[in-house]
Ligand binder design. Structure first.
Ligand code: PHE
Length: 341
């Protein structure tokens, strides 16, 4: 029987034939199954003699079936691989690759431009304290400028003190940088800022980029040259014209709001020339009180600072007219402006 079964297994031509042998030997009505059942009716002596033989037979047959099965399956797979070929030239379903967001793109562009001018990138926390966001920037508690900022405050602590707020501008990074090490300082600080404000050109969260230079003998001329140089590089145009308008910020003196000139090309408003003006940034010479608050001597160190809206710069360069879709995460919008495949 053993020889017959093993021969049948070895010559089984396919998986189905092999399974038939298995059923014949080990199935419910199988011959080996019957032998195993018969063990129960034997005397202990008979069982002792026959049991090991029957179990060994079952094991041998089971192993042989498994080995043959593997062989047949491998052969089947080989045959299948040989028979099926894939057409690698067929078009595939398009998967759109991820792409960069305009805000990130502009921040990268600006970091690169300023790196060429010798500026490092600095950062600070978005959850700020009152001192860094206001007080150290020469905005004392009673200052009306605090009301102008539409600040998001965290709830007061148990001691009634105002602990934290969402930074309303990137200017607190000026303070953190000046307090960190000795000048000279040349940094930009891009990042998120928050104000309770919302319409087509304002979102409660938006992005600014701060610039700060602290050194000896820094003048307004350095500020103007830096702004012109970076805006020309950013807009990739040589005909960028700037207008510095006297203004007021508590943390700079003198202060200037900077307008960029625009003109019309084929009826469309473009940056460059000077047919009209629009405001692009705030700037000025760092106020001596701010330098003092950071533990530096304003007679020794002077500098300039500026702050501008990254989202605004992106809109001007890439022609978007509404700020809100920047933060909707709608791929169709990104695609429309060439930011997604
Ligand atoms: N922090 C100012 C704002 O958010 C911009 C600014 C930065 C102005 C630095 C002057 C110097 O409006």
């Amino acid at each position: 029987l053993r020889e017959d079964l093993l021969a049948a297994i070895d010559t089984a031509a396919g998986l189905e034939a092999l399974d038939a042998v298995r059923v014949h030997a080990l199935g419910k009505q199988g011959v080996i199954t019957a032998m195993l059942k018969s063990l129960g009716k034997m005397t202990p002596e008979e069982r002792q003699e026959n049991g090991p033989r029957i179990h060994a037979l079952r094991e041998a047959v089971t192993d042989a079936i498994a080995a043959r099965k593997e062989k047949l399956e491998n052969a089947q797979l080989e045959a299948q691989l040989a028979a099926e070929r894939m057409d690698m030239t067929l078009p595939v379903d398009a998967v759109r690759p991820g792409s960069i967001h305009p805000v990130s793109q502009v921040m990268d562009e600006l970091a690169e431009i300023f790196a060429d001018l010798g500026f490092a990138v600095a950062s600070g926390p978005e959850i700020e304290d009152d001192w860094h966001n206001f007080t150290a920037l020469n905005i004392p508690e009673t200052h009306p400028a605090r009301a102008m900022h539409d600040t998001f405050y965290f709830p007061k602590g148990e001691d009634g003190k105002q602990a934290h707020l969402l930074r309303t501008h990137t200017s607190p990074v000026q303070i953190r940088t000046m307090m960190q090490g000795k000048p000279p300082v040349r940094i930009i600080a891009p990042g998120r800022v928050y104000r309770s404000d919302s319409d087509a050109t304002h979102t409660p969260m938006f992005h600014q980029i701060e610039g700060l230079v602290i050194d000896k003998g820094i003048t307004l001329g350095h500020l103007k040259w830096t702004l012109e140089t970076f805006l020309k590089a950013y807009f990739e145009r040589d005909d960028i014209v700037l207008r510095l308008r006297p203004s007021y910020f508590p943390f700079t003196e003198p202060s200037a709001e900077v307008d960029i000139g625009y003109s019309y090309e084929k009826g469309r408003r473009v940056v460059g020339g000077s047919e009209g003006w629009m405001e692009v940034l705030g700037s000025g010479m760092v106020h001596p009180n701010v330098i003092k608050a950071c533990g530096l001597d304003p007679d020794e160190w002077q500098g300039f600072a500026f702050g501008t809206g990254v989202d605004r710069l992106a809109m001007l360069k890439y022609g978007m007219d509404d700020l809100r879709p920047f933060f909707d995460g709608d791929l169709r919008w990104l695609r429309h402006y060439g930011f997604s495949a």
